[in-house]
Design a binder for this molecule. Structure first.
Ligand code: SF4
Ligand code: ZN
Length: 304
């Protein structure tokens, strides 16, 4: 590259095109960590002394979040616990669970594993055989969100942190718009309280970090993370949207960040008027209709 780090003058290994800065490895890592801290304070994600649940899949983003939140928590006197959801996908999930367990134990963070089988009576492998035409990821996504809520309640948590990055957020925003799924927009915000019926806050501390920067961060930290993809992964339109947004960013550096800000403004606006929920007749969780999406999905499986 031949350029020098804009901060310390050492040899640069990365150029942040949207800001025009160059970084050596050390300064790059520090800049990512500082940016997460700024996001946390900008969106007022943490309050002093709360109990935070980190959802750790074993993928690179979740391990970056674990590492950064571990140092942030000290300044907020927060108590950290971590959990991994085991969807029950053979030859895929075991590796992620082990990696998450090791990473937490290295940092002295208590780590829990909760399985779909125990929570919902089905593994994803079993669901895959029963589900018919329905997409695996949409059923899995519904169950994972519910698993997170159940775990948070069981562990008496105030805040649930997930490792969504800036790219995840803008992709989901566009997908929701294209599907006319407007009422889900606020779920995508960096900080969000699901409904009045549910007390935990959900936060996304990596919300302002580009996916490619998290890959480099994890590479520089020599992080061991899960690389095998889920056998049921069917990204559909998401991978096309990812390509379009990355192509735009290449020609117009910073456009993803500007789009992120638009997504936040629109989604914030969509919180009002608040579409309040009722409780599911079957499981009592908050829902937009009489029966929640989890009960509907499980009933459909039972009927097969
Ligand atoms: Fe679940 Fe789809 Fe992710 Fe696999 S890729 S774990 S099925 S959401
Ligand atoms: Zn229900």
């Amino acid at each position: 590259m031949g350029n020098t780090c804009s901060r310390c003058g050492d040899k640069a290994i990365y150029s942040r095109t949207y800001s025009g800065e160059y970084f050596c490895g050390q300064c790059f890592k520090k800049s990512v960590e500082e940016k997460v801290v700024r996001t946390i304070s900008k969106f007022e994600m943490l309050k002093y002394g709360e109990r935070i649940l980190l959802m750790i899949s074993g993928g690179k983003d979740s391990l970056a979040m674990l590492r950064i939140m571990n140092s942030v928590a000290r300044t907020h006197a927060s108590e950290l616990v971590a959990a991994t959801v085991d969807e029950g996908i053979e030859e895929y999930r075991e590796d992620g669970v082990e990696i998450a367990k090791d990473a937490c134990s290295n940092l002295g963070i208590v780590h829990y594993v909760y399985g779909f089988k125990d929570l919902f009576s089905y593994t994803m492998d079993e669901i895959e055989k029963l589900k018919g035409k329905e997409s695996s990821c949409s059923i899995c996504g519904i169950l994972r969100r519910r698993a997170m809520d159940i775990i948070a309640q069981k562990l008496d948590i105030h805040i649930v942190a997930t490792a969504h990055n800036l790219d995840d957020i803008i992709q989901t925003f566009l997908i929701n718009l294209l599907n006319n799924d407007i009422k889900r927009l606020p779920w995508n915000l960096p900080i969000h309280s699901e409904t009045e019926l549910f007390s935990q806050r959900k936060i996304k501390p990596l919300a302002e970090i580009y996916e490619e920067e998290l890959s480099l961060y994890s590479f520089l930290n020599k992080e061991r993370f899960q690389k095998v993809s889920c056998p049921y992964m069917h990204e559909g339109i998401r991978s096309e949207i990812r390509q379009i947004l990355n192509a735009l960013e290449k020609d117009h550096p910073g456009i993803k960040y500007s789009f992120f800000n638009s997504a936040i403004n629109v989604s914030t606006y969509m919180r009002f008027p608040k579409i309040e929920r009722q409780r599911c007749k079957k499981c009592n969780y908050p829902t937009f209709s009489e029966k929640c999406s989890v009960c509907s999905a499980l009933d459909a499986l039972e009927a097969k």
